[in-house]
Design a protein around this ligand. Structure first.
Ligand SMILES: [Zn+2]
Length: 348
């Protein structure tokens, strides 16, 4: 009987272990490295996609004495899976903690590969969105419904291309997009299992990891991850190396929330898009842009211009010296958001 019991225990422990390991998701196939790891401090890395796999946003990871903390987990379970595979080449420490800077698909759609022992930390709002209708929101809907058309376009270009180098580049892009489509079909939005509303601090040996909510901005629940000793901040899309999408934003409040970011003592930013940077003046450039977008789009709305036309006409070219703006126009999804906010505030 005792032996049977022991066997039972061993079997059930075995089953738990098996159940805890997520099955390899669809769409992980790729050639070469999927990520380039930019080591900015001892144990602190910024992970930027190479283009060999669809990952979309950047992640960061922090290697501690006994574990690894990952900040953001990309566009799909496949991308998160491959990230973990490549992290294993840096450290054997297990990933115990994931932090979602916000709910957007390119920062949280890898959550499902982590078993229940992994703490997935995010703002209360991030949890609410991933539990409700995050994939019905325009940003993801536009993205995922656009994928088949992108693949068709690439195939058409390939069919009419005669240059061998361009052909092989197009073939690679088609493979990457097809794998991403296969990965998206397995998507199950998975919310954080630990939430915060204001701030939370993790301690790992001598390392302090602050998770800070600085006010509404890019979404109603973006957090930044601040390492005070290392003077590094991971900002997701609250502050990127260029422009950030506005589809779920509060542009006027965002300007104020960025003032709160400026009060943190950091010298290196690891953004959710683009390369790491040290130039804090970028915060001001982005605030100036955001103020002007708000005013300019509001002005056009006041004149009775449709959102579609405002998206073409809104002229922010004067910010072109510091931000990637080549001509008039603001993404329609951002203009629609501002129109909706103005209507809401006017009680319409
Ligand atoms: Zn993003």
């Amino acid at each position: 009987m005792k032996r049977l019991l022991t066997l039972g225990v061993i079997l059930s422990v075995g089953l738990i272990t098996l159940a805890a390991q997520s099955r390899k998701p669809a769409g992980t196939e790729h050639t070469g490295k999927a990520f380039r790891f930019n080591k900015v401090r001892e144990g602190v890395y910024h992970a930027v996609g190479t283009g060999n796999l669809a990952v979309v946003g950047n992640s960061s990871f922090i290697v501690n004495d006994d574990d690894v903390i990952v900040v953001d987990d990309h566009v799909s379970p496949a991308a998160a899976w491959v990230l973990l595979e490549e992290i294993k080449e840096v450290t054997k420490n297990p990933v115990t903690t994931v932090i979602n800077t916000h709910f957007h698909f390119d920062h949280s759609h890898g959550n499902q590969i982590f078993d229940s022992r992994v703490n997935i930390i995010g703002h209360e709002f991030t949890r609410q969105m991933l539990l409700s209708n995050s994939i019905g929101m325009p940003l993801y809907r536009n993205y995922v419904t656009g994928l088949p058309g992108q693949i068709d376009d690439l195939k058409k270009r390939l069919a009419s291309e005669s240059d061998a180098t361009t052909q092989s580049s197009l073939e690679k892009q088609i493979n990457v997009a097809q794998n991403n489509l296969a990965a998206q079909r397995e998507l199950k939005p998975t919310p954080p299992n630990v939430t915060l509303t204001d701030r939370m601090t993790l301690f790992r040996g001598s390392r302090e990891i602050q998770i800070r909510y600085l006010g509404r901005g890019h979404t109603a629940g973006d957090v930044v991850v601040f390492l005070p000793r290392e003077k590094v901040v991971m900002t997701g899309d609250f502050l990127t190396a260029g422009l950030s999408n506005m589809s779920d934003s509060f542009p006027d409040e965002w300007v104020k929330s960025l003032d709160a970011l400026k009060t943190l003592d950091f010298d290196t930013v690891l953004p959710g898009h683009g390369e790491a940077f040290t130039d804090k003046a970028k915060i001001g450039y982005f605030q100036d842009y955001m103020r002007d977008v708000w005013t300019e789009v509001g002005r056009l709305k006041q004149q009775g211009v449709s959102a579609e036309d405002a998206a073409k006409r809104a002229d922010l070219t004067k910010h072109g010296a510091h931000l990637p703006i080549n001509g008039p126009g603001v993404p329609l999804i951002g203009v629609q958001r501002i129109y909706a906010l103005l209507d809401q505030r006017a009680g319409r």
